[in-house]
Design a protein. Structure first.
Length: 281
């Protein structure tokens, strides 16, 4: 990937301005679009592995076919030598995983976050796509309290041949994913339920190695703290029901999680986290 970074300018337009991160064969850089004069995110992909090539191509095609405020926009695609690059919307912020290091969220903050994420997933599901990898690490938060669902590498179209291979972080897999059954939108609802529960408690509900975490959810439901409001408790229980048919749709979750307008200015999503992350009992 050195040839792309040494040249510093891609396609005579995107000037690289610092590495932001790296995931497998993909490097993410801050870039400057010299034509539109705006900062962008530039993802550099050094091909060679056919499976990784297909995953990268699939992710970009999936994202390009979706359009929602909770998804990153794809601006441009090109190549520089042997390196493919994708220019995307730049989000100045952090992942939900990193934000949770600062402490847990209040129920009102969970409502605000959950409404955004469920609304985004409802759009994805309406386009007959299943994300299959919703975790705190695949959720970005910016300074304006906007949440973005990222990493569509594991996603699949419901119109394609069923793929029952378990993908994603084991701690957030739905029971049907663990069993190797066909996976649809309810799997994303289940994962979102565990993510929101983690925002309340500060810890993963199903920790441990891959086998331990996978088996645990087949033997016990998630434990929801007693001090969580009854309405939110009921919703989280239904979202994490063992049976996929008993879970609400993402659209219904978004409606149930919609915050009361008067509550937003007093209890914003990203400000004033409630406590230090507690140790699990």
């Amino acid at each position: 990937m050195s040839s792309a970074t040494v040249n510093r300018v891609l396609a005579g337009r995107y000037r690289l301005a610092g590495k932001l991160g790296e995931t497998g064969p993909v490097e993410i850089h801050r870039g400057w679009d010299v034509v539109l004069r705006r900062f962008v995110a530039v993802r550099l992909f050094d091909g060679g592995d056919p499976a990784a090539d297909r995953r990268f191509d699939h992710e970009i095609r999936t994202l390009a076919a979706l359009s929602h405020p909770g998804l990153l926009s794809v601006y441009d695609v090109g190549t520089c030598g042997d390196t493919a690059f994708v220019v995307m919307q730049l989000v100045e912020g952090t992942t939900l995983r990193d934000r949770l290091l600062d402490g847990t969220f209040t129920p009102a903050q969970v409502h605000a976050l959950g409404h955004q994420l469920a609304d985004t997933l409802a759009h994805v599901h309406d386009r007959r796509v299943v994300h299959r990898g919703v975790t705190p690490s695949t959720i970005l938060l910016d300074g304006a309290d906007t949440a973005y669902v990222t990493d569509f590498g594991p996603a699949r179209s419901l119109d394609s041949t069923a793929d029952t291979t378990p993908v994603g972080a084991t701690a957030y897999l739905a029971p049907e994913q663990v069993r190797g059954d066909d996976v649809g939108p309810p799997a994303d609802v289940y994962a979102l339920g565990l993510v929101l529960l983690e925002c309340l408690t500060g810890y993963r509900e199903y920790p441990g190695d891959r086998v331990e975490a996978a088996v645990a959810r087949l033997h016990r439901p998630p434990e929801i703290p007693h001090d969580v409001p009854a309405g939110l408790t009921r919703l989280l229980r239904s979202m994490t029901a063992r049976s996929a048919r008993r879970r609400p749709t993402a659209a219904r979750c978004a409606a149930a999680l919609r915050p009361a307008p008067a509550a937003l200015p007093r209890d914003r999503l990203l400000c004033g986290v409630r406590t230090a992350t507690p140790a699990r009992p």
